[in-house]
Design a protein around this ligand. Structure first.
Ligand SMILES: O=C(O)[C@H](O)[C@@H](O)[C@H](O)[C@H](O)COP(=O)(O)O
Length: 237
């Protein structure tokens, strides 16, 4: 059986042009969401790639006081840790205009993600889904969110019938233990963006889309194939 993967790719000359366009697009989605509901919901990724995008999005003019921001995944570290995604979001996105937004962190302060799962799950469950926009990143191993190849809870996290909104994840390529939104929660979104930079990631994604070799099993392929909305890929070299 072949799975058709519906994505639109937007290519840019450099990271600044990409970040400008993606920030404008996501801001538009939030504004549109605010016209329909009293609030708008945004889920973003951590890692290194989204920095410029966050900084530009934070300057967008919209009623941020009605926007809730959360993460698609988190490294299980305290916010004082340099690898904390919450720290990244607070320092680069919840600034300027976006300082008025509210933030729903996944890290709870519990010793392990397993111990924090119930509380993080309650926080996500309290969000009136769907998200207006989910912005994913991708690693060179084809992971997205914390859906890591070889992850101990990968099958459960990608299960379309998974009842939990979040699951812990431990994987050789993940560094520290993680917590991640599960696939059915993450895909409750009106718009799905995948932000990747570099020739290597473009090639990984192309292989994953074609279902070639090892890439046929990459988690990013599952996410794109299962998405009820076509994904917009934002790419630059
Ligand atoms: O917390 C995380 O690590 C992420 O949310 C993860 O899925 C990320 O998006 C990719 O690993 C890409 O990371 P880079 O942008 O650092 O390459």
């Amino acid at each position: 059986m072949t799975t058709s993967i519906n994505v639109t790719t937007h290519s840019f000359a450099d990271g600044h042009a990409l970040a400008l366009a993606l920030a404008e697009r996501v801001a538009d989605r939030l504004r549109a969401g605010l016209l329909e509901r009293d609030f708008a919901l945004l889920a973003v990724s951590g890692g290194r790639t989204p920095l410029r995008f966050f900084e530009l999005l934070s300057q967008a003019t919209l009623d941020w006081s009605r926007v809730q921001v959360t993460l698609v995944d988190e490294r299980w570290v305290d916010e004082s840790h340099p690898r904390s995604n919450a720290r990244l979001v607070r320092g680069h996105l919840l600034q300027n205009q976006a300082a008025a937004a509210s933030f729903v962190p996944l890290y709870t302060g519990a010793a392990t993600p397993e111990e924090g799962q119930a509380e993080a799950g309650r926080r996500i469950h309290a969000l009136p889904l769907p998200f207006d926009a989910v912005v994913l990143g991708m690693g060179p191993d084809g992971h997205t969110a914390s859906f890591f190849p070889g992850g101990d809870q990968l099958a459960a996290a990608l299960d379309p019938n998974q009842p939990s909104g979040v699951l812990p994840m431990r994987a050789p390529g993940a560094g520290e233990p993680r917590i991640t939104l599960t696939l059915p929660t993450l895909l409750q979104t009106r718009h799905l963006f995948l932000h990747i930079e570099g020739e290597d990631k473009r090639d990984v994604l192309a292989q994953a889309r074609l279902g070639l070799g090892e890439a046929a099993h990459y988690p990013v392929r599952v996410v794109l194939a299962r998405s009820p909305v076509p994904a917009d890929v934002y790419w630059c070299p």
